[in-house]
Design a protein around this ligand. Structure first.
Ligand code: DOR
Length: 442
């Protein structure tokens, strides 16, 4: 199949035609349209649009197996394609837990069958994510799913000895431990960020130190054993300082921030609407400012969604009992544009770095997050930078509705997503594979 994408601006720079042949970028620039292979190509008018490498999400909850009422690999993949993603990493807090070769292979195969994005399962660090003994990390790494990222996300690997062993173990196959940094004793019963607002509302607080202490400990452990640590959903100004110090020491540590932590503050809890309940919790305006600067400056490496779909019965209940988590895949790019691009903190090269290139590198992907250049896989997203749209959760491809951005007007819209040259989303609709192709895998 041959595709000619005309007039789009790679990285928001000079407009350049792109010729895609059999899933690979064959030519870029003035040669593309005149290339003999362009004769008879399907042509896409991308004038005025920005072309970025397909986005990569290092932190997605797809809920399958076990909670197919909240999301499935297929519906989550659809949400991802609509959000401009060509690869997602699926967190293992499913039921059963993705802690064996069997379960990670199941998730991987479901991703292949959906065929909308590359689905890379993350393996649990400990059996059942219980924090008691290590899961079979090597079996997951050598399975068909080739797991490289391990996490007990949703819970912290709080035992320092287990964390040390996990860090040591993954070195053998170039893996990384993605830590949900939350000291459990310091956050027992916590409902929101510990600060002025929690004091006023009378809700039990989740102090910033509970995150910062674990990151400091684990960065030191990673340095001690010479392994790689990735910090999930970093949310406080103090955590930025800790990561910056670890990086200065030469520790192999990377960190992510979520779109919601870049935009929303703990004041959202004032209405007791559980759609704003998330773990780690929304923090303060001062934290947000530091997180944005850290993402722009490289102390925080990537944006990851922590897309956390929840069925209405788990979310539309009183604050204390509601499950923490927010949808993110279909709003992430627009929130990053609002908070980072419109503020002048990142240019489009920067967006490509934090939402595609760096997450692919951290996750060990070789065919994603690549430059827009001849010979590279055609994983691409076309973005209309001038569009504005109003978030309507009811229109999302996700099976759940828990978006904290409901009714908000956001800038920038995904116009089309291409996975190895095949259009997976266009004009706000998912493009499923033709029936003849379905089931063949990616
Ligand atoms: O808010 C959250 N929701 N934080 C997590 O760490 C887990 C996630 C979920 O699985 O719902």
């Amino acid at each position: 199949m041959t595709l000619l994408i005309r007039g789009g601006a790679p990285y928001g720079e000079r407009a350049a035609d792109l010729l895609v042949v059999d899933g690979v970028i064959a030519a870029v620039g003035s040669d593309a349209a005149t290339d003999p292979r362009a004769a008879g190509a399907e042509t896409v008018d991308a004038a005025g649009l920005i072309v970025l490498p397909g986005l990569v999400d290092l932190h997605t909850h797809l809920r399958e197996p076990g909670r197919e009422d909240a999301e499935t690999v297929h519906t989550g993949s659809a949400a991802a394609a609509l959000g401009g993603y060509t690869a997602v990493f699926a967190m293992p807090n499913t039921d059963p837990t993705a802690d064996t070769a069997g379960v990670v292979e199941q998730v991987y195969r479901l991703g292949e069958q959906a065929g909308l994005v590359d689905v890379h399962p993350i393996g649990a660090v400990t059996v059942g994510r219980k924090g008691e003994r290590l899961a079979e990390l090597a079996a997951m790494a050598t399975s068909a799913a080739q797991v490289r990222v391990f996490s007990d996300d949703g819970d912290c690997v709080s035992d320092p000895l287990l964390m040390r062993r996990a860090l040591e173990y993954v070195k053998a196959f170039g893996g990384v431990i993605a830590q949900h940094a939350q000291e459990p004793r310091l956050t027992q019963g916590a409902q929101m960020h510990e600060g002025e607002v929690s004091a006023r509302l009378g809700l039990t607080g989740w102090p910033a130190v509970a995150e910062e202490a674990i990151i400091a400990r684990d960065a030191l452990l990673a340095e001690h054993v010479g392994s790689r640590l990735h910090v999930c959903h970093l949310s406080t100004a103090g955590s930025v300082e800790v990561v910056a110090a670890a990086k200065r020491r030469g520790t192999d540590v990377t960190a992510e921030v979520t779109p919601h932590h870049l935009l929303l503050t703990d004041e959202r809890a004032e209405g007791y609407d559980p759609v704003f309940k998330v773990n780690p919790p929304l923090r303060t305006r001062a934290d947000i400012e530091v997180l944005r600067q850290a993402l722009a400056g490289g102390v925080i490496d990537i944006v990851a969604t922590d897309h956390a779909p929840h069925a209405s019965q788990d979310k539309e209940t009183e604050w204390d009992n509601a499950s923490p988590g927010m949808l993110g895949l279909q709003t992430a790019l627009s929130v990053v544009i609002a908070t980072m691009v419109r503020t002048g903190l990142l240019d489009w090269r920067g967006v490509a770095r934090v939402m595609s290139e760096a997450p692919a590198r951290i996750g060990g992907l070789t065919g994603q997050g690549r430059p827009i250049a001849a010979g590279e896989p055609a994983n691409l997203v076309l973005v209309d930078p001038e569009a504005r749209w109003t978030v309507r959760g009811a229109e999302f491809a996700s099976l759940s509705r828990n978006t904290p951005f409901e009714g908000m007007e956001l800038p920038g819209r995904v116009v089309a997503t291409y996975l190895r040259g095949r259009c997976t989303a266009a004009a706000g609709a998912v493009v499923d594979r033709a029936p003849a192709e379905a089931g063949r895998g990616v």
